[in-house]
Write a protein that binds this ligand. Sequence first.
Ligand code: FES
Ligand code: MG
Length: 594
Amino acid sequence: MDAPTQSSPPRRFRSQDWFADPARSDMVALYLERFMNYGITPAELRSGRPIIGIAQSGSDLSPCNRIHLDLAKRVRDGIRDAGGIAMEFPVHPIFENCRRPTAALDRNLAYMGLVEILYGYPIDAVVLTTGCDKTTPSQVMAASTVDIPAIVLSGGPMLDGWHEGDLVGSGTVIWRSRRKLAAGEIDEEEFLQRACDSAPSAGHCNTMGTASTMNAVAEALGLSLPGCAAIPAPYRERGQYAYETGRRIVEMAHEDLRPSHILTRDSFLNAIRVVSAIGGSSNAQPHIMAMARHAGVELTASDWTEHGYDLPLILDMQPAGRFLGERFHRAGGVPSIMWELQQAGVLAQDCITVTGETLAENLEGREARDREVIRPFAAPLREKAGFLVLSGNLFDFGIMKTSVISAEFNDRYLSRPGSEGVFEGRAIVFEGGDDYHHRINDPALEIDADCILVMRGAGPMGWPGSAEVVNMQPPDALIRKGVQWLPTLGDGRQSGTSDSPSILNCSPESAAGGGLSWLRTGDMIRIDIRAGTCNALVDEAEIARRKAEAPPPVPQSHTPWEELFREKTGQMAKGAVMEMAVKYRRIAEMTPRH
Ligand code: FES
Ligand code: MG
């Protein structure tokens, strides 16, 4: 669909079907009267000005997004100054670190809730307030389904964290300190202090974890003002961008510039390229797939390898590198990353964005200002640093983030003379996170450096939701011997802040009868990085026998939503969306009945 031009005639907004329907003056009075009691006048609501929703994701339960409670005031100012009427409303809270059994349950719930709000209320366009991991994809998915003009306003990362003169990044400091705790190098008090020091202000994770990744993705897709993603939450520019975002969404409402004009296969491939170049989170895979599917854009698993794997890592930011969000922003943020990709000829440049301009126009003059942080494409931190997609008899799809492979891990497993890229290990199988924590230090398992740790029961159906538990650390005794990482794989996810080169998101998951369901401790697994394969060395007859003997257990649901989620949600390879939901698209074109 072509994007509308700025010279289109004035629009009649869908909100006027509520507030100015001459055929139903009885209903109009009902719709209008309760808005009056906070001072708004009938004339305002019937003036034909666009009503702009502010999807408020901040709350005490969403501390990573809490800055939006303040930013929304500046968004309102921008909306009002540009001639719109603001209406702020809550979206279902999502807090990655605290929601049990996992925040992944909330993405599709927040999605569905927002779809109903945007469809069922008199909203003509919307500001999506993003931050913590899933708050970005859930809102973009909903805006796509409804397809009214939408713009993303990131709340921004926290300031950089410092501990005793060293940068400590959110999440990453936890995984690194856990290994130090296991090795006896620090005590619990020191552990807590490191965690607190990594979180010095309002904002979302200051590492290139899932939050920073997904806000970068939103910007790469063309859904936010250029430079928006990386501005730290407390910075002056954050409030200024909130104001400009408010102004711009009013113009977008008049231009009818909708997600369906912006979200194309090219824009999604750009997002995959950016995730690779920044060493972004492995959680970007299901979220990008979910957003694409709700936008009706065809993406395949191999797109990650074909368009992302060969790209270099050019951002020096934790967990793949050294720095944190403030340096990234000062170096130029997402536009400077995209500028590098553009100069190297690996960016689709004609994509239209929320500015009304193309990506190429937005990127003019955006060369990086700090070459220590954003490297030239030709002199990167690491070559071929994207995501690798693997398959075999254990799963049809698994993904590995190669930008975090350490020299130690590479030497031990990937570059053994004579067997480059191939390694075999004895499987140690855990039934979810609790089983792992109970047994990882059990000497009877005889875990050594030639083992592969496997986590099952952690996928969308199994957990439910899919949990960030696959980045399992080795037994304490092995860490004390200097083995910081073992190869790990599983049907769950890992935190975007983790520096573990795990094989993740394996689909189909064990609870759905995938290959991990018949795997047993002691089986040999062969991983061939070059061929992109991962197989258990178990013959077909034995696999068939095990499948018949012990089908995977049916997990118990504890809430109505868990049950519904399990029933409707698909596998990680396909974005873990509610499969029945993807057929609903551009629903705002149909006005709901009175
Ligand atoms: Fe919310 Fe990292 S836990 S952004
Ligand atoms: Mg996370």
